[in-house]
Design a protein around this ligand. Structure first.
Ligand SMILES: [Zn+2]
Ligand SMILES: [Zn+2]
Length: 320
């Protein structure tokens, strides 16, 4: 099969012909229809996160068909042991033995993939393969971040890419007021945010027009943490939703004082996935997708690195 291989962190992905994977016990053989490109893929590509093995096939937002013709989604959470204290308390996202798709298990930047059937998700009808792919990470982890941000009405979203453009729609549907914080020059992201119901879009390093009840930081920029705390009202929560961020600069305690909460969100549980995939069609969430051929995965990652993707980048699978 055709696959894009990461040979070493820091090296460009390489197109190659490799053997299709063989499903092990409990695994499905999947024909990839589309695979979303996530910032986590870029962190693995750039050596900011450690790959589980090399060469590695990235990609953890896989829309695929099974051998018996069912459409399923494969998210980042690929396997857990089911028996540790985290797994037994509804927190399988923190399982120390967890295996992640596109890091520990080869992912969807390929024509075929295998996945543990218990972690595959049924997908809502009414969205194409390309449109539904970004729900599988940006949507699922974004949803977990939104829940952990609490019920506050005024929600700030820092970085308006794949996850934020989905979560903005959910938040507006819930009756919240959304404020989009982007880099000063990113006019396209601001226009997208306003078109999806955000009431304001502006510079991420300055406070918004009024204090926030909660903020979610999707951009991998540590300097946004103190900026978001300063933009947040007493009692508000700031959630860091990414897996990697540049270092957080030191900041005065008064920016955290008055019961502001700062927390991270890690991975997802299958319960998060079921919950979000039930909500998405009710909103209904519509994704803005930039489509790439499988062989152009490196180009998609380059554009993501440069902030030149509007909405979400998705690799399309081979024609049926
Ligand atoms: Zn566990
Ligand atoms: Zn992801």
């Amino acid at each position: 099969m055709r696959a894009m291989l990461l040979d070493a962190p820091g090296a460009p992905l390489r197109a190659a012909d490799v053997d299709a994977p063989e499903p092990g016990p409990g695994q499905l053989l999947l024909r990839v229809r589309a695979c979303g490109v996530c910032r986590t893929d870029l962190h693995l590509r750039d050596g900011e996160l450690e790959p589980g093995h090399l060469p590695l096939i990235l990609g953890h937002q896989i829309v695929a068909t099974t051998e018996d013709g069912r459409r399923v989604g494969v998210p980042w959470l690929g396997w857990t042991d089911g028996e540790c204290a985290y797994c037994r308390s509804g927190r399988e996202n923190l399982c120390p033995q967890a295996r992640f798709t596109g890091r520990d298990v080869d992912g969807g930047y390929a024509e075929y993939a295998v996945a543990d059937e218990r972690y595959c998700l049924p997908l809502p009808d009414g969205m194409s393969d390309l449109e539904v792919a970004p729900l599988l990470c940006g949507g699922l982890i974004g949803h977990r971040a939104l829940r952990l941000a609490g019920d506050g009405e005024r929600l700030g979203l820092y970085g308006f890419g794949a996850a934020a453009h989905i979560i903005c729609q959910v938040a507006v549907h819930e009756g919240r007021r959304v404020f989009a914080f982007t880099r000063r020059e990113d006019e396209a992201a601001r226009a997208l945010a306003l078109s999806l119901g955000a009431e304001w879009a502006g510079d991420s390093m300055a406070p918004g027009p009024e204090p926030l009840d909660a903020a979610i930081i999707f951009a991998p920029v540590g300097a946004l943490v103190p900026a978001a705390l300063r933009a947040t009202a007493p009692g508000g929560t700031v959630v860091c939703a990414g897996i990697h961020m540049s270092d957080i600069p030191s900041f005065p305690y008064r920016d955290l004082w008055q019961e502001r909460v700062l927390r991270s969100v890690a991975n997802l549980t299958r319960a998060d996935a079921r919950e979000f995939l039930a909500i998405a069609p009710k909103v209904p969430v519509r994704t803005t997708v930039q489509e790439f051929a499988l062989e152009d995965a490196e180009e998609a990652l380059s554009r993501l690195r440069a902030g030149r993707i509007e909405g979400a980048a998705v690799l399309r699978g081979p024609p049926p």
